[in-house]
Design a protein around this ligand. Sequence first.
Ligand code: SF4
Ligand code: SF4
Length: 483
Amino acid sequence: MYKDSPLIHLFETNRGQYIFDVNTNAIIKIQKNVFENLRNNFSLNSSYKIYECEQVKELKDRGFLSSKKVKEVVHPLSDMLEFYMSSKIKMVILQVTQQCNLRCEYCTYSGSYINRTHQDARMNIELAKKGVEFLFDNSRDVDSVHIGFYGGEPLIEFELIKDIILYSEKISNGKRLTFGVTTNGTLLNDKIINFFNSHNVLTTISLDGPKEVHDKNRKFASSGCGSFEKIKNGLENIKHNYPDFLSKVMFNAVLDPNNDFSCINDFFTSYDIVKDLYLNVSDITDDHSVARNTNNEDHETQLKYELFKLYLSKLNKLDKKSVSKLVERYYDHLRKILVDSRGFSSSMPDKGHPSGPCIPGAQRLFIDVNGNFYPCERVSEKSKIMQIGHIDKGFDYDKIRSLLNIGEITSENCKDCWAFKFCTLCAVSADGIDKLSVEKKLFNCKVVKYSLEEHLKDYCMLNEFGYSFEDSNIFKIVEAQNE
Ligand code: SF4
Ligand code: SF4
């Protein structure tokens, strides 16, 4: 991109041509000839010059098409890290064990990934207590903190979890406290349910779909048999004997493109017990995978069809009941970035950072069985660059600073990037285990830009068909005047 070229992104739907103007955050509907003019000039190999037609002049007069870019890629909180990390930690996630009673194909501990393997290691009570004390000691500026329990399979260590919940309640000193467990659901018995119910433990159960889908990947380590029946029986027990606990249960489904999409869709849309509960869908990850191909055209086609139905329902052309729970997150994400987070902006700042990273460790500090700190439970425990401290030594601020400023490794690309303000990449996207990987990050940049462009197109398409995002704060599409 040339120095003086406007920081914009051009895209089109079936019904119109648009500019996303990065400096102002505006989405501007333009005429086809202006679109072609801009597009052709962007692809020129000579110095940049837009043919100054009336509409381009008008857009410039109205403050659009600015070429202002960030001059230095630096995170605004870089200088305040020590203060921030000593007062605003919101969450710790304790890895209470690395053991699991299942061997799920795509589990990061299963051996299919290079970042983790199942081991016998477990967290001892002293370490777990230090973990929650660390949270309370470093959260004075937040009203509410969360303690999560993670594994392996955390319920193998139920007694430890119970002790830690009681201990946390004792030392919370009036601070609002919430708990969460991420479990494979096979060990949930009456004793555990009773305790979780009375201590408001939000319980996330991994469930991928109906028996034939779930059992393909989620098998008991001892027998190799699928775990679906066990989870189903546990859920029926909750439904009949602890109905009020159902409001604290949600599901996490890993969407494996090699499974039948419509079958999974039917299950979550119509199966008793699960159909009314919150479902979080995550895509299977290729990150650190030893060998896995997650591309499947049929899956993509079905996903797009369900997305099409979702948008039809938004336009009141289809009953909401026909919309798949598996695609609701797309609309939620679109709304979050293009409606809730897209306010007017006068221009790009001189110093800034792409929007992706959290403050590593403050958002969801993950403490492994040995007391090592990581930015969250999604990162690789084999990665030295992701180890941001230890319970006995505190935070390693140099490492946190480098993860927070992950944009630095691709700073020239970021300065020119039209996705700068809506980027979702954090250091995880550049984790090369031994070092931060520019190649890996740039590959992920393509995914971010593709996804943002799809959101922009969908946003405009919905507008073209008369959909209103019913919010007075929306920065609506700007119509350029006719020439
Ligand atoms: S995935 Fe990245 S941004 Fe999200 S919590 Fe983990 S480190 Fe933070
Ligand atoms: S998509 Fe890549 S180049 Fe663009 S802002 Fe994000 S990290 Fe930077």
